[in-house]
Ligand binder design. Sequence first.
Ligand code: HEM
Length: 366
Amino acid sequence: MVRTDRPKNYGDYLRLDRLLSCQEPASTMSGSEAHDETLFIVVHQVYELWFKEILHELDSVIKMFREDYVDERNIGIAVTRVHRMVEIQKLMIDQIRILETMSPLDFLDFRGSLGGYSGFQSFQFRLIEAKLGLKREDRLVYSDRPYDSDLPDHEREILRKAEAEPTLFEVIERWLERTPFLEFGNFVFLDAYRQAADRMLDAELKAVHSDSALPEDVRNVRLKRVQDSQEHFLSVLQQEKHEKLRTEGHRRLSYKATLAALLINLYCDQPILHMPFTFLSGLLDIDEQFTLWRYRHTLMVHRMIGRKVGTGGSAGFDYLRLTVEKHKIFTDFFNLSTLLIPRSELPPLTEQVQRDLGFFYTTRKG
Ligand code: HEM
């Protein structure tokens, strides 16, 4: 919103008259006000304010990465903003403790007044999820109804638009895809990485085979684990394998972006890759904090209402418990750690590569 008048004082600047006059307990309508409903309302309103701030930061980061070229200074700004979002998320998790000073019986004093209203209908929360990159088809559905079916039309429309526009996941994927990691003169990242990974996995296999103290069954389990790792490495070394996993829904990130993210993770000590690495780590923090929030909220719900159905009509605790795993967004970035090899085994980057990367991450345009 654009302000058109000059603020007269502190209260006017912050519009406190409006802000502080919207705590209206619904329990008053049934005769007696439930004491704890004010806390319930204030806590939810504070959340909605933090959601607003997160959206403000998220929009700005998406905008920076939507461009075909991303100035390195912008990566620094994006890192700061992602860090801010993460700090807000931590506070959001801590806030749950305040609500838990209300007992389940205190909650029952006014739960009936809530009718069919639920945080499930938080439009801003849904917008954050959509803008981060949670896809409609990947959401957990209950009662066969779309997750936004209870929202007013204009909010549903904004959500649809956000889903159709590039999300944080997608702009980061495209940014990574533009990293010039395959054609570095005589340094071919994938070949160098393949040799290093083969050496590492061979050494692991030999170590298992040559350990005569291992009982047969334990040896077989360990050998199977190394073979599984080899399979996982193949998904990066062979594009067809990666594409097959993507088609089956086991991977989301494109092949090129996966390789670029791997390069950034492996060579994160290189000064030029340090900022991109910090940025990617920030995305993992966002996902991790949301997962923690979901889990913490689920625990609180279990404590408050046990296994009753939610006011929004879901199975309550059981529904929320499943969203903790299902609604993660940057899982592919977490999985990259499976593919890391020790620093001692890393093929060194040639000077040409370092120069090219420096050029890409600092000055490249168009
Ligand atoms: C006494 C406290 C609370 C209880 C008992 C509670 C209960 C529930 C339940 C049962 C659901 C599942 C949907 C449904 O059937 O209603 C839900 C969803 C949700 N609640 Fe709460 N909630 C509480 C506090 C909060 C607070 C403080 C927030 C902050 C905004 C919040 C945000 C949400 C959100 C965003 C969802 C949707 C989660 C998803 O679908 O992934 N809840 N809540």
